[in-house]
Design a protein around this ligand. Structure first.
Ligand code: SAM
Ligand code: SF4
Length: 266
């Protein structure tokens, strides 16, 4: 699908839940966030049916995200449904890695191809601080399990404050080099002002290269992470929501005041 600015939009990022087993400081408040009502969250059948229509329109790359996608009940079943859809060539998942030891193999068997794991530091105490209680060693075990299951190539998402020269980022870079993982440095977005900067090592934040649509867990199709435009797939139906999102996709986003990473998925 080509948008008004001649960009080929072929990548769909799907957030399957706004819930999470961590509380990263830059993503959630300490007490957690006001959560979506269960009835507003799309069922797996609704997600699969939307994705099928999106694939019919040219989407060939799908990434599952959240919240923490591995906390949603029966997530393996969703992967099975999505893996069967004709035209989806690349099926991946972004996770904090805490539950990967349990899920890597069943997810691979279900048809998941690869994972991105979020890791902002290799210091266990710092990890606990940033994530408000997360166990770094479980993430390491999770990454090992993903590698063993063949969820490759493994990519690491590392949020940085200002630059990838910060000590935590350098530690993550060294870890990735030693394990031959790709690393992408994401500049921390300020959720109040909506400020953002390009992702280093990826195409995120570079509007000219944008190829994405995002489906939030409550069924809002968003043409741009940095804009509050959204089209509800339950209200409009998949075809209409896709058409409207494509027509509205801005050349470059400016500011998103409603942006909540745990709902939209980053
Ligand atoms: N829970 C999973 C995880 O952490 O990988 C998937 C969802 S999380 C919202 C997706 C990505 O968004 C993560 O890599 C996370 O680091 C990033 N993220 C969250 N809040 C952010 C912020 N304020 N600025 C930039 N990236 C952020
Ligand atoms: Fe959870 Fe991911 Fe947000 Fe951290 S970044 S609180 S792991 S959704």
């Amino acid at each position: 699908m080509y948008d008004r600015y001649n960009r080929n939009i072929h990548y769909l990022r799907i957030s399957v839940t706004d819930r999470c087993n961590l509380r990263c400081k830059y993503c959630m408040t300490e007490k957690g966030m006001k959560l979506l009502k269960h009835e507003d969250i799309l069922s797996y059948e609704e997600i699969a049916s939307f994705t099928k229509i999106a694939a019919g329109n040219g989407i060939d790359k799908v990434r599952i995200t959240g919240g923490e996608p591995l906390t949603r009940k029966n997530i393996v079943y969703l992967i099975q449904l999505l893996a069967k859809i004709d035209g989806i060539k690349d099926l991946s998942l972004t996770t904090n890695g805490i539950l990967l030891t349990e899920f890597a193999e069943p997810m691979k068997d279900a048809g998941l191809q690869r994972v991105n794991v979020s890791l902002d530091t290799v210091d266990p105490d710092k990890y606990k601080e940033i994530t408000r209680g997360g166990d770094f060693h479980r993430v390491m075990q999770g990454i090992d399990s993903a590698e063993m299951a063949g969820l490759l190539p493994i990519k690491i998402n590392c949020v940085v404050n200002k630059s990838s020269d910060e000590p935590d980022a350098l530690g993550v870079k060294a870890f990735c080099n030693s394990r031959k993982f790709n690393v992408r440095f994401i500049h921390q977005m300020n959720l109040e002002t909506g400020e953002y900067a390009p992702v280093e090592g990826g195409t995120g934040g570079n509007c000219k290269l944008c190829n994405k649509l995002r489906l939030s867990s409550d069924g809002n199709l968003r043409p741009c992470l940095f804009d509050d435009l959204s089209f509800n797939v339950r209200k409009l139906g998949a075809e209409k929501a896709i058409q409207m999102a494509m027509e509205a996709k801005p050349e470059c986003g400016t500011k998103s005041v409603q942006n909540r990473f745990n709902v939209i998925g980053g």
